[in-house]
Design a binder for this molecule. Structure first.
Ligand code: GLY
Length: 354
């Protein structure tokens, strides 16, 4: 098993990575959780695939399980579902001496994390992520949130889990599209901070070879994220490097009403678009765009920008949370594996998205 230690200002926790970890989760939790009750928050897809395994593993370790199941999909990250989860936690008489498990992808992680952060002003929780996107990115970092009508992730908090337990075996049931969705973030980690990871993926003979090495890839992505989060827990500086491709990516997702592209697919287009333009402006080493395009295509991610109204797209971009006054912070590559924050005036945004 690989373990990464996260040391933050007020808490610390471990990120455990191992194939088959789900089967030993009960005994691992038992080494530090001495209560009786556990609320497992999951979605119906994960529940169908792994719900009974999780239940058996925890019951065999002596725990009483209270399962709270929501519908899969982004629309579940809502105030209505948060209220539903609060009511279920109350019915199960979960209190601060108990534990919540977020068992699912990014939606479950964010919603369960926010419920844990706010119910009774904070219940301990752990993340057991089930998608590639959540295993290598969203299950760590401490940001929890729900969506509001006006936008994504607009009500949330920073609330770190007691531990993150990553079992890459759970990825075996992912659809190819969901797998590629997560790989977009792995490409991002290589591009912003790990030239060797990027090159290894680029030179892999096939997508299958990348998948064969996924446990190591997850470890390296989590290590990079953990280092950035430790340096900049509240996302005021260097942690923003994680936003590479995301400002344009979020706008592409929103432009298409979150229907056409997954998050990873939109980030793939965002990384390419910003790098094409930063390279043309000589802000990025020549050849970076071509390598990025080749790797994203290998990961079966989109590389062709769709036809879009550029004025409408730039309006969406300027409404992003990252706008400060008349400026936005874009993340650019200096070269592959080396990234930096570049301030752009709102008036210049179009030159980065055409
Ligand atoms: N939970 C996602 C993050 O903190 O970045």
């Amino acid at each position: 098993m690989s373990v990464i230690h996260a040391r933050l200002s007020s808490v610390s926790y471990d990120i455990h990575i191992q194939k088959g970890l789900l089967y030993t989760l009960g005994s691992q939790i038992a080494s530090w959780y001495k209560g009786n009750d556990i609320a497992v928050i999951t979605d119906s897809t994960v529940d169908q695939l792994y719900g009974s395994t999780m239940e058996n593993v925890l019951t065999n370790a002596g725990y009483k399980i209270h399962k709270i199941t929501i519908a899969p999909g982004e629309q579940s990250k809502s105030l209505i579902n948060l209220n539903y989860v609060y009511n279920k936690l109350a019915e199960a008489e979960i209190n601060r001496g108990n534990l919540i498990i977020a068992f699912g992808g990014g939606v479950v992680g964010d919603l369960a994390g926010f419920a844990a952060a706010t119910y009774m002003r904070g219940i301990p929780y752990i993340q057991v992520p089930t998608t590639l996107m959540s295993q290598l990115d969203s299950s760590l970092g401490g940001k929890t949130a729900i969506n509001l009508k006006v936008g994504k992730n607009l009500a949330g908090s920073f609330y770190h889990p007691k531990g993150v337990y990553i079992d890459p075996m759970l990825l075996e049931t992912l659809t190819p599209r969901a797998y590629s969705d997560g790989l977009a973030e792995a490409v991002k980690y290589g591009a912003i901070k790990d030239a060797e990871l990027f090159r290894e993926m680029l030179h892999a003979a096939s997508l299958e070879e990348i998948k064969d090495n996924i446990e190591e890839i997850i470890f390296r992505c989590c290590s990079i994220k953990n280092t950035l989060v430790q340096k900049d827990e509240m996302d005021k500086g260097e942690r923003q490097l994680l936003n590479f491709g995301h400002t344009i990516g979020h706008a592409i997702e929103k432009y298409h009403d979150y229907q056409k592209y997954t998050h990873g697919e939109a980030v793939s287009l965002g990384m390419l678009q910003i790098t094409k333009n930063s390279e043309a402006l000589k802000l990025t080493e020549k050849g970076s765009f071509e390598a990025l395009e080749k790797l994203l295509a290998k990961c079966k991610l989109p590389t062709e920008m769709p036809q879009m109204d550029i004025t409408q797209l730039s309006v969406i971009i300027t409404h992003d949370k990252k706008t400060v006054g008349n400026h936005m912070r874009f993340i650019l590559l200096r070269s592959l594996g080396n990234s930096y924050i570049h301030q752009i005036s709102k008036d210049d945004i179009k030159s980065f998205i055409v």
